[in-house]
Design a protein around this ligand. Sequence first.
Ligand code: CP3
Length: 346
Amino acid sequence: MRIFAAMLKNDLILRAARGEKTERTPIWLMRQAGRILPEYRAVRNSLSGFKELVETPERAAEVTIQPVDILGVDAAIIFSDILVIPEAMGLTYEMVEKKGPHFPKTVQSKADIKALKIADPSDLSYVYEAIKITKTELNGRVPLIGFAGAPWTIFSYMIEGGGSKTFSKARRLLYSDTELADQLLNMITESTIGYLKKQVESGADMLQIFDSWAGVLPSEHYSRFSLKYISRICDAINDVPITVFAKGAWWALPEMKDINCHTVGLDWNMNPEEARSLFPNKTLQGNLDPCALYGSLDTIKSETQKMLHAFGDHPHIANLGHGVYPDTDPEKVKYFIECVKELSSH
Ligand code: CP3
């Protein structure tokens, strides 16, 4: 029975991440767990809310596996949030229904940083437990992706206290107090390295670093305050393939050539043809506009065809150019996944 399960194992995404040719293009979706699935909402509504779900390993494992069963994706991504790292460092977050994350306390001064610590990997044992349970329950069906936020994106949340239109408080610090900025970025980086290593030890087969707010920085600051720290994380992890997704930072792609990662995530503003020539030795991930899934089935099919054509025979992991939007019809998501499978088979 065990041998049979091992033979069935779908490792397409791992092979694609290593640059190997695959019989078809693997597909998963950023933010596939939660958001769009009524089955997810039913689990979440049976608890006090998002945070209890993240912190209850059996239930987190259950919603991690839902998109594998319901949507047919080629990988699961562990159900958690990038904001568990600031919390483990000492800055608690709240998830406000329909509004998003909120930090009651933020970092504004050296004294605020003194009150924080580098996360102790044991602080996030609920995530590692959820990974172990998920791996057992997946039983080799598809690989499991672990993840963390990039230091710059986590820094932004810790300074701003939530989302922002301009991120002016976080960006201001990069001009007004470089030392403080680097001190906090260093602490986040160290915390993240320990956290990702533990995810791998617990069973994560590959990792993704989400730099969701990359696009708000001028390019010089992006290299200096974001890529530098991402690079340090990639250098520290050697056991599994890593994907770096820098949303909005198309101008930083040339500099990402030297980063020690296997896959570069592209958003829908980035041009796959240009990326192919920039990254002859890296796999590319992406990048259908999430809004394409509001189109008709015919539109979804033709847009998927165009996307696959743009990546050509370059090692490719299909995905959207950012997370799936919460009001997307799950049937359209399923159809997109079927189209990738069908149109890329050879
Ligand atoms: O499917 C998956 O990708 C796994 C789970 C996952 C969540 N958050 C669950 C979640 C992942 C990978 C994340 C990453 C994350 N969290 C990012 C990076 C990716 C991106 O979208 O750029 C960011 C910026 C966050 C911070 C965050 N968490 C925000 C802004 C919000 C509120 C709005 C929203 O729905 O995105 C969250 C909440 C959150 N994280 C939900 C889920 C399923 C929604 C909470 C709920 O309604 O149940």
